[in-house]
Write a protein that binds this ligand. Structure first.
Ligand SMILES: [Zn+2]
Length: 184
């Protein structure tokens, strides 16, 4: 999926979380969830997030090694290992796995609303990619199993885009109201 679709899906996730009361209403929520949705693609050169950060995969390895050089406490070692792994792994590898999501959840605990936005944005990226033809290995590196719901990539890209715009515009609420009054 393109960075643009991931961003709009992330924004939609934030909007839905506000509307369903998981977080307080705040303009930062959809913004942070939209940005969070860019993050898994730090595992590929030339993606929106890496262009924005002026990063290449090899730089993550270098940053990880510099961190290790200056500091060897447990937190730094875990972060450095993660950065080095990101730099060396394939695209849609570790950053697109369930374990990366758990890692993000672990380092943001205890959760503020913005943390929840970041986590849900990250998760929305994994959901988006998992629906494409190429899909992703959710349990990487333990298993190469891929979710089975795969669609033509340009088709699912368009569907995800339109549904996200709908969610941001509050069409899910309209649907709920129609449901309430028995319209369908
Ligand atoms: Zn991706």
């Amino acid at each position: 999926m393109t960075g643009k679709t991931h961003f709009i899906m992330g924004v939609a996730t934030g909007a839905l979380m506000i509307r369903h009361g998981f977080v307080d209403a705040n303009i930062m929520i959809p913004l942070v969830s939209g940005i969070g949705a860019y993050f898994p693609d730090i595992d590929k050169d030339g993606t929106t997030i890496n262009n924005f950060l002026h990063m290449k995969k090899i730089y993550y390895v270098v940053v990880g090694m510099i961190l290790l050089y200056f500091n060897r406490d447990a937190g730094t070692m875990i972060l450095a290992a993660a950065l080095i792994w990101i730099g060396l792994t394939k695209h849609r590898g570790i950053t697109h796995s369930f374990f990366a999501l758990v890692f993000v959840m672990a380092i943001t605990y205890p959760y503020t609303d913005l943390d929840k936005a970041l986590i849900s944005g990250y998760a929305s990226h994994l959901l988006g990619d998992s629906l494409t033809e190429r899909s992703l290995e959710l349990l990487y590196p333990l298993s190469s199993w891929k979710p089975i719901f795969r669609f033509n990539s340009s088709f699912i890209e368009a569907v995800a885009f339109v549904m996200s715009i709908g969610a941001i515009a509050g069409l899910d609420r309209i649907a709920a109201v129609l449901n309430l009054i028995g319209a369908y």
